[in-house]
Structure formats: C-alpha cells, structure tokens
Design a protein around this ligand. Structure first.
Ligand SMILES: Cc1cc2nc3c(=O)[nH]c(=O)nc-3n(C[C@H](O)[C@H](O)[C@H](O)COP(=O)(O)OP(=O)(O)OC[C@H]3O[C@@H](n4cnc5c(N)ncnc54)[C@H](O)[C@@H]3O)c2cc1C
Length: 816
C-alpha cells in the first residue's frame, strides 16, 4: 500500500455513508486534493447494518428539501457509477390509529403540501390495498408519500465511494486518526497511525466515534451511542418487492420488504445506551448481542399489525449501535471552537435517508464556507454549555429516542435532565405557579398557574387550545393593561470590548451602531447573501464597550458569528457575560410608575427615552437598564448582577402591587409579539431571508454610504421587485395556528406560516409567512390585494392579510 500523503487540502474521517457522500460531492465540485480515511473498511461502522428506509418529511422545509435531494441523487446514482444501490422508490405509508394521531398526520400532510412534497391521505382500506398483510381494525387513516423509498445501505455507500474516486478523491481504508493538531484556534494537521497529514480542513463523519474525535481537537459534539434493533423474516407469502415502507408510530414500529420477507424494527420506550465507558477498539462489522427481552414488547405490537409475523421464521436479528443526539436531529457545520473543522454526524437512525442531502450540504459548507441554505435545525451551533456533559447528553438523548414515534405535541417540553440552569428567581417563580419550559438547559417560565384557584402548573398537551390558554390570556392582559414582569435571565449576553469595537460592529451590523454611548440599537447581522444571521440588540456602554443581547437559543451561534466576523487586525474582543446578569423585563403601561418609585434616576420620556441604555441603581442594586420592548409596550429590561436579582424582584413585586403587577412567561411574550409584528429568528427570519423581504428595511443603514457585511447583496435586491414578502394573517379564533400551515392567495399555494399563535387583545388567531412569487415578484400592493386562505390539517379556512402591526399601543390609547 502506498504511503499516506503528508498534506491534503481536505481530510474526511469516516467511510460510512455520510463520509462517502461528502467525498462524492467534493469530487463533483472538482476538488481533488481530498482524502477520506477509514479506520476499518468502508461501511463497517453503523452503515452496513442499517435497515435502509428512506423517508423525507421533517418539520423544517429546508431539512425536508435536503432529504428530497437524497431521493433525487439515489434515483440516478446507479446509472452514474454503474454500481447497484438497491434503491426502490416504492413509497412510504404512515398509519394513524387514534383521532389525535390522525390530526397529527393531517397536519403533516399540510406541512408536506407547504413544502411541495407529495403526500396523500388514505382510508384504512386504501392503505391496506397498498399493504395487504396488515390488519386495519384500529386504523383511523393513513398517509402515503409516493416518493419515499428504500435502499441497500452498503451498496449505495460503495456507489458513492466509486463516484468519489471517479472524480479524483482518494479513499484509504485501514487508517486510523489518532490525534488532531490545532494552533491558535485553527486546524493544522491530523495524526494517524500511519503518519501525519497537514491539512486545511477536516470533516468529521465518524458516526458514534465523532464525539471522541471532536474531543481530540477541543470540539464538543454532543452525541452518544444507543442500541437499535430490528429483525428480518424468512419469505412471507404476499410480500411483494414493490411493498411500500410502513411506519406505524402508535405501535412504535417500522417495516420494509427484504428479499420476499419483512424487516421490522422500532423504537423502544426504554432505550439502552451503549459503550457508556468508551467505544471498544476495532468495532468493525460487528453487532451487539440480541436483546430479545427488550424487543419483545415491540414484537407483540408488530404481530398485532401483521398477523403473518406470528408464524414467520426469523432469519436474522440485528442489534446495532448508532449515534443519537439530544434533540433527535443530526449535526452539520463548522465547529465554533476551531476554524477548519467540520462535522457531519449524529444521524439518529435516519442517516441513510439523510446522507445524500447532508453530504451535498456539508461539501458545499466545507468548500465555500457556508451551507447552500439555512440549516439551523441541524447546525452544530444549536448546542450550548449544557451539552458539554456526556451524562446529561445521554439522559436527554435517551428521552429523545424514546419519543421518536410518540405524538409530537405542539409546545411539548423535554422532561429529562431538568432542572439544570436556573435563574436566581427560579424558586420564587415556582412558588407562584410558574410552569417552566427548557431551552439550552435553562428553566424558563412559560406561564403561571393560579394556584389559589386550584390550577396546576403543568402542561396538558393536545392539538386543540391547551390547558394554559386562559392563564396566558391573563398574563397578556396584565402586560397590555397594567404591568408584567418577565424573567428573561436566560438571554445570551456578550460584551464587545476594544479600541476598534465601533469599527468592528459597524461592519458586522446592518443598522447604524456608531452612535454615542448610551444608545441602544435593534439590528440584524447579515451574511454575504444579505440573509439574516443574527437579530439582536446592541447597546453602547462606552467608547470602547458594547453590550449585545440575543435569544437564549442563539448563544453559541451568535457568539460564533460575531467573533468570526470581526475583521482581522482590529482590536475588539467578544466576551460571553451571560452568567453575570439576571434579566427582569418590566413591561406595560404602568411599568414606569412602578420602577420610578424604586430609583432616583429620571425614567420620564425625556430623561430615559426609547432606545437608550443606562447604568442605574434601582432597589439598591446597580444594573443596566435598557429601554426596549419585544411585546409592544412601554418597558425596561433590567440587567441585574445575579446576586442582586432576588432582592430587585421582591422590591418590584411589592412596588407593583398597587398597579396590579403580574408575573408573565414566554407564551405570553409570543402572543404579544405576534400582535406587534416582531420577527423571530429561526421563524420569520434567518439566513435565507434578507431584511428587505422580512419587512425590516427600516433597520438597515442602506441610505448611509457606510460599508457593512451583506450590503452589496441588499443593494442588488433593493431596486427589484422582491421574490417574496413577509405578511401577517389572522383567522377565526377557533382555528389553531401552529406554523407550517399552507398559505393560498386567490386559490394558489404561495407559501406557509413561519409562526402561528393567538392574539388575546385582537381576539384572533395570528400567523406570519412569506407570500412568494419568484417569477413576477411581490410588493405590498400584491400582498394586500389577494384573497387568502390557510390550510390547517388539510382544510382551508379564510384568512385576512396584514402588513402593518395589528396592535399599536399608541393608537389603541388614542382610540380609547
Ligand atoms: C439497527 C439500525 C437500523 C437503521 N436503519 C436505518 C434506516 O432504515 N434508514 C436510515 O436512514 N438509517 C438507518 N440507520 C441509521 C444509519 O445506519 C446511520 O445513520 C448511518 O449509517 C450513519 O452513517 P455515518 O457515515 O454517519 O456513520 P458510520 O457508518 O458509523 O461511519 C463512521 C465511520 O467512521 C469510522 N471512524 C471512526 N473513527 C475513526 C477514526 N479515528 N479514524 C478513521 N475512521 C474512523 C468508523 O470506522 C466508521 O466506519 C439504522 C441504524 C441502525 C443501528
């Protein structure tokens, strides 16, 4: 065997389906100084023992698109490389066996319509016609996705590898990566058991070994190994080669045809982790011991669906380990800790389905420095400090695994690994009825139960209005009519400090932040395509210091984006100060009255106007007060050193009594912001949407001639009619909008809702979404002239469109 090269531009670690797909796509892009290293043989990790089902529908449009790309690739790969893949586009069936599951399936069908994926609803009998072996006594309905299919995992991987080699990529088996050299936060080289390879870029596609590889470089990749089992039967009469794949979530099982028999696997409610103390050496083409006792309950459920299973011979039992993640989604992207290290891993038993698209996207990310489109749901930067601890990751991952086929309820919260990160007010709020949700490990009050009247601080999930609906209405009203306190301690907070902080931030921010100390600016940060990477508030504390506040879930992402966008050579350092300050947002028309009694600082409009940040003392505590709002009311965010937070909260509640002050939570914030039309990153806005299409052109300094990141793209977009425009919609209050409902304009499908909820002041259901017309373009007049409907769980209901905020406090007060 020839020696390893001493250098390469790009090294991929892992010869499973994902690594081979990345190699294939890099080759297609004409990059040939690429080497893939596999410690054993290609496919010898998790890939060789996969069942091979290929489904596409996910809850995100872009991830669905990614999986759709897999199908397109698998459609033609065999022809291209000459190596068989076993790909069959035989469609996929999904059953619903109770009314709520049927609602879920119908909502999924609407999501599929929104994303342009073909999905048909079937009667039980129609489903049985497609899958004659199943009994349908308990089936309420089914969905059929004709473009889903199945594949032979090993064959398709070898086909991808052949395609990669044909395009000049080198693949070396039997080479183990043993170390990673990092210098000054940048990748330098890999160390293998056969020598060192200096390289610019490393792509970790090492399945369940990825966490360990990441650790070698100081990169956190939160995944763990979990056992996953299925069986293969002998031939069964009536099983034909064109049988669709079948998912039976109420029985926790999935099925596919295999050489005249059936593959049947499933997701146990009590999953078993594997290799808790580390992965064994040379785990190649190996399986774990059969665990029939563990699988038995699934088998019983399966026999209930397919009675022929009772007498079918079992040809083989497979218990294979696979990498799973805490939120059930895979992981792509560049590591925030080290420049030049990319990750494609954690495929949660749908890596075969995902590999085509994930490999394409990751190859583009590696080659061009950014993904082809917004991939936030799978971005490595969605994780945070809570994911550093492997035991915590394992606990949460096992919960996610167990929930794979359970109902995906709207507003559902995780239960495991809680509480972890708590605000200093946690116990106080809990005693007053707070029902907490969790984000990045933080406990956050979602809503407050009225304990005195016997309400329980507990979510009861359904597809209708849930049990907290009235409680949130009370909080909403308190904020609109009086004053409410929101504990937003979990906000991510950074300080950008240095001589050149103004210059750096002026380049990174689309809005004008080069303002005098004391100013507070709402701004976006854009990528070169003009897409919104961050949406946050920037306060200038001094000539050299800025205070940056962003959403809880964006802590890692936004820190990474800002730090990598600081132009080289400038004196500006980004420091994460999230843990230093608790945040109490005091919002509502009486907020000033309450706060003024606790401070000698002038809070009048003249003394403390909107869009200002000041250091004040209040209730005995030094703090930063930010005059800002996300709920559309007069108010201040108080950023209080943690040790003062409880005292400040107590003082606020006491001073607020005469004004009817109330605790309020995140679900009230959502309702309030929907009425006021504030955008949410990850919903209405993100890397694929410019401020112009999002109706945020007012927050961009295009009129000034100052350069900023993304400016050229906006300048190119500004004079043209836009391809889409964000609009708001209202519907009858009985319609439950959750997001992803399809938007129809004059009977034509034009988009889907990016958010959905309810506005208690306006008494209407509210949604936002883009109205699209790539060909002719869209402007305000186009949007406002249409007749609209939204499709909810496959039924169309009338909707009214709006572009300006539904609710404006100044207006309503003038009116009243
Ligand atoms: C029982 C079971 C059934 C499944 N069924 C399906 C299904 O029906 N549909 C579906 O889509 N998915 C399914 N999956 C999931 C699928 O198998 C995986 O998601 C997929 O194979 C992951 O591919 P990968 O390339 O990420 O990882 P792997 O195939 O594990 O590849 C990683 C490779 O990295 C190599 N490596 C690790 N460390 C090093 C190192 N230091 N140096 C060099 N090489 C290294 C390993 O040897 C390994 O070959 C199933 C999984 C299991 C366990």
């Amino acid at each position: 065997m020839s020696e390893l090269p001493s250098s390469a531009k790009i090294v991929i670690v892992g010869g499973g389906i994902v690594g081979c797909s990345v190699a294939y796509h890099l080759g297609k892009m004409g990059l040939t100084d690429v080497i893939l290293l596999e410690q054993g043989k290609l496919t010898s990790g998790s890939t060789w023992h996969a069942a091979g089902l290929v489904g596409q529908l996910r809850t995100s449009a872009n991830i669905t698109q990614l999986l759709g790309y897999s199908v397109q690739l698998y459609d033609q790969l065999e022809q291209e490389t000459g190596l068989a893949t076993g790909w069959k586009r035989n469609g996929g069936l999904r059953l619903a066996c109770n009314p709520e599951r049927w609602t879920e399936v119908k909502r999924q069908a609407t999501t599929a319509t929104s994303f342009g994926l073909e999905m048909h609803l079937l009667t039980p009998k129609e489903a049985q016609d497609l899958w004659p072996l199943m009994q349908i006594d308990d089936v309420v309905g089914a969905a059929f996705l004709p473009t889903d299919g199945q594949v032979s995992p090993s064959d398709i991987t070898m086909s991808l590898a052949k395609g990669a080699r044909q395009n000049g990529v080198t693949i070396r088996e039997g080479v183990k990566v043993t170390g990673v050299e990092v210098e000054g936060g940048r990748l330098r080289a890999l160390v293998t058991d056969q020598g060192r390879i200096a390289c610019d870029k490393l792509v970790i596609c090492a399945g369940q070994w990825s966490r360990e590889l990441g650790r070698m470089a100081g990169v956190n990749i939160p995944l763990v190994s979990v056992q996953h089992q299925y069986l293969i039967t002998e031939k069964i009469d009536g099983v034909t080669s064109n049988l669709p794949t079948l998912r039976d979530p109420d029985r926790l099982t999935y099925w596919k045809e295999e050489v005249g028999g059936l593959v049947m696997g499933g997701y146990e409610p009590n999953p078993k982790p594997w290799a808790v103390d580390g992965l064994p050496e040379r785990f190649e083409f190996q399986l774990l011991d059969d665990d029939l006792e563990h699988f038995e309950p699934l088998l019983e459920l399966a026999v209930g669906r397919v009675p022929a299973m009772d007498t079918a011979g079992i040809k083989e039992f497979i218990n294979g380990p696979e990498s799973f993640t805490p939120d059930g989604n895979f992981i792509l992207g560049e590591a925030p800790e080290v420049r030049g290290i990319y990750v494609g891993t954690g495929f949660n038993a749908f890596g075969i389905a995902s590999a085509g698209g994930a490999g394409m996207a990751l190859a583009e990310w590696v080659a061009k420095g950014e993904p082809p489109y917004d991939l936030w749901p799978v971005d490595l930067r969605r994780f945070g400090k809570n994911h550093l601890d492997t035991n915590w990751v394992r606990t949460r991952t096992l919960e996610a695994y167990a929930k794979h086929y359970t109902m995906a309820w709207p507003f559902e919260e995780h239960r495991s690994g809680r509480p972890l990160r708590r605000s200093p007010l946690y116990d106080r709020l809990k005693a007053q009825g707070a029902c907490f949700g969790e984000k990045l490990g933080w406990e956050r009050p979602n809503w407050f139960a009225d304990l005195a009247s016997g309400e329980k601080a507990e979510d009861i999930y359904s597809y209708e209005r849930q049990n907290w609906f009235d409680a949130v209405g009370r909080e909403h009203e308190a904020c609109r009519e009086r004053v409410a306190v929101f504990d937003q301690t979990s906000f991510a907070k950074f300080v950008l400090a240095g001589r050149d902080a103004e210059q750096a931030l002026s380049w990174i921010c689309a809005n004008d932040v080069a303002k005098p100390p004391g100013s507070l600016v709402y701004t976006q940060m854009l990528n070169e395509r003009g897409g919104i990477e961050c949406d946050l508030t920037v306060g200038r504390l001094s000539e050299t210091d800025y205070y940056v506040v962003t959403g809880t879930g964006f802590a890692t992402h936004d820190f990474d984006w800002i730090s990598r966008s600081i132009p080289e050579g400038l004196d500006a350092r980004l420091i994460d100060v999230t843990s230093s300050n608790a945040v109490l947002a005091v919002m509502g028309p009486r907020s000033r009255d309450v706060l003024q009694t606790l401070t000698e600082h002038d809070l009048s409009n003249a003394g403390f106007p909107f869009g200002r940040v000041k250091r004040i003392t209040l209730a005995g505590a030094p703090m930063l007060a930010l005059r800002v709002t996300y709920v559309g009311e007069l108010g201040w965010e108080l950023h209080v050193p943690v040790e003062f937070a409880a005292s400040v909260y107590d003082a606020l509640m006491a001073a607020g009594q005469p004004h009817g002050i109330a605790n309020a939570g995140y679900r009230a914030i959502e309702s309030l912001r929907l009425e006021k039309g504030y955008r949410a990153w990850g919903g209405e806005i993100g890397p694929d949407h410019s401020p112009l299409v999002a109706g945020l052109g007012w927050a961009v300094k295009l009129k000034s001639n100052r350069p900023f990141q993304g400016r050229a793209a906006l300048e190119a977009q500004a004079p043209k009619k836009l391809p889409r425009l964000l609009a708001g919609f209202t519907a009858d209050p009985s319609v439950v909008l959750l997001g992803r409902e399809t938007i129809y304009r004059d009977g034509k499908r034009v988009g889907w809702l990016t958010s959905g909820g309810y506005g208690y002041t306006v008494g209407r259901s509210i949604g936002y979404g883009y109205v699209r017309d790539q060909q002719n373009g869209v402007d305000r007049a186009t949007v406002l002239s249409g007749r609209y409907e939204v499709e909810v769980a496959t039924e169309r209901v009338p909707a009214e469109v709006f572009l300006d905020p539904l609710y404006d406090p100044a207006m309503s007060r003038i009116k009243s």
